[in-house]
Ligand binder design. Structure first.
Ligand SMILES: [Zn+2]
Length: 180
């Protein structure tokens, strides 16, 4: 399939300027890594971890002076950048979480995916492990017992049974419940 790239204002001036900035940052980082030895310990928490160069003063401009940089671990880097704080401060409230969970449950409830969607999902999931992989045996005996109890005495309606039969027939091409 031929894909035609469509410009939506990301081409030309804007993107090249951004790439230029990025290239500059990468070049400086490479320069610094070449010229200054990486210490073994994080300059903030003092832990021995994989370290990253972090610019001390935000925002830019980037300089080639190592004094403007510090070697920090990923965690301190995030805290220093304020990313972790932002993350923490942005947690969903219980109310929001409840709504989100409800929405997720409701979205597909009683609905069917279109053939197109089913086909796409099928392709996307081919060769990938089942979403149940590793999940077996995660529920406690207690939970399993409760689940079983909740189902006890519940019977499928005739309509449901008929539907189930049809599904199985479609699935196994009419050899359901028969010996091959
Ligand atoms: Zn650290």
């Amino acid at each position: 399939m031929n894909r035609v790239k469509v410009c939506i204002g990301m081409c030309g001036e804007n993107s090249s300027r951004w790439k230029g900035e990025l290239a500059k940052k990468n070049a400086i980082h490479m320069y610094l890594k070449r010229h200054y030895l990486m210490p073994e310990y994080c300059e903030i928490c003092g832990e021995r971890k994989k370290l990253y160069l972090s610019y001390k003063h935000h925002p830019q401009p980037y300089t080639r002076d190592i004094k403007d940089y510090q070697w920090v671990c990923a965690r301190c880097h995030m805290i220093f950048d304020g990313r972790l704080q932002m993350f923490k401060g942005r947690r969903h409230t219980e109310e929001t979480k409840r709504k989100m969970s409800l929405n997720n449950k409701r979205t597909m409830l009683g609905k069917h995916q279109s053939e197109e969607a089913r086909r796409k999902m099928s392709i996307a999931h081919k060769g990938k492990p089942s979403h149940r992989k590793g999940k077996h045996g995660m529920l406690s005996q207690e939970t399993l017992r409760k689940m079983s109890e909740a189902q006890t005495g519940r019977k499928h309606s005739e309509e449901t049974k008929q539907k189930m039969r049809e599904t199985q027939r479609k699935r196994f091409g009419g050899v359901y419940n028969e010996r091959c």
